[in-house]
Design a protein around this ligand. Structure first.
Ligand code: NAD
Length: 269
């Protein structure tokens, strides 16, 4: 059986058993963190990069020297940002329109229940925050913000800056969008929080990620190497699937809602 998008359905009994197992692992851990990727936002209409319908799968990978290009000519890069605001590409247009889906809401609920302590997201779409998650690190930045490369200060990206390239009011440093480019180092504050959280973690929940992008995926491997459980919720099997205690393959929205339902029942006895 497959649903309307051609995603094969897991048999109901298996889905129930796996969701129950995942809930029990979450409830028995002391410090659960999550790593989310583009897949959790797919049901909000934002295309992924990899995976069957991914932008890179369809159109090929982009150049990997974006940051180098930016540093060489920040004015040209800002001209392109402004052009993209007027004429958004497929990804920017989808991010602009998107609203959170059941998967994002389920993650926020897990945090409210005290089960999920932190989300490391590779997404730049702001949807976890809109859904109500507060303990979150956007390791690849957030498209709604600008960031100074000198002092790391962030400011909302509301207006197109008049000065090009814009400079930081505090330190005079070069300002870019917060979204991390290919070749750009991960912002120090974000990396620090990710390291602290993964050091504390005794379970990691991987949702909608191929788990191949470093350093984000490294946290999962590191938690696994300390003998702690990994739970995967993803449309397809990934490179980390066979290291997971529980791997559930299907849509994040439906599966995360099921898991949270079981966590709630488990936490109230
Ligand atoms: P990815 O694009 O590499 O892979 C997405 C994964 O999600 C695939 O394994 C796919 O099978 C799975 N998937 C697709 N639909 C799903 C669904 N409905 N439910 C569950 N899983 C689903 O994503 P990644 O590994 O997170 O790659 C990270 C990079 O992609 C990051 O750099 C990130 O910035 C970027 N990205 C972000 C967005 C966003 O902000 N929404 C969108 C596209 C790409």
């Amino acid at each position: 059986m497959a649903d309307s998008d051609g995603v094969p359905d897991l048999p109901e009994e298996l889905l129930e058993a796996l969701s129950q197992q995942a809930a029990e692992i979450l409830l028995s851990a002391r410090h659960v963190i999550a790593l989310t990727g583009a897949g959790i936002s797919a049901e909000s209409g934002i295309p992924t990069f990899r995976g069957k319908e991914g932008l890179w799968t369809k159109h090929g990978e982009p150049p990997l020297n974006q940051y180098q290009n930016f540093m060489t000519s920040p004015e040209t890069w800002w001209d392109r940002v402004i052009e993209r605001r007027r004429n958004p590409d497929e990804l920017s247009a989808a991010v602009r329109e998107a609203v959170p889906n059941d998967g994002h809401f389920a993650m926020a609920e897990l945090e409210r229940l005290g089960v999920l302590k932190h989300i490391i997201t590779q997404n730049i779409d702001n949807l976890h925050r809109i859904a109500g998650s507060a303990q979150i690190t956007e390791i690849h930045g957030n498209s709604q913000w600008l960031r100074c490369l000198g002092c790391g200060t962030r400011a909302p990206f509301e207006e197109i800056p008049e000065q090009r390239p814009p400079r930081c009011d505090d330190c005079g440093g070069l300002v870019k969008t917060d979204t991390v480019m290919f070749g750009e180092p991960i912002p120090r504050d974000a990396l620090q929080t990710c390291i602290q959280e993964s050091d504390l973690a005794d379970c990691i929940l991987l949702v909608g990620t191929t788990a191949v992008v470093s350093p984000a995926a490294d946290f999962a491997w590191e938690i696994h190497s300390r003998g702690h459980p990994l739970i995967e919720v993803n449309l397809d099997p990934t490179v980390i699937t066979d290291r997971c205690q529980v791997a559930i393959h299907g849509k994040a929205g439906e599966i995360m809602s099921r898991i949270v339902d079981k966590v709630k029942r488990g936490s109230t006895g």
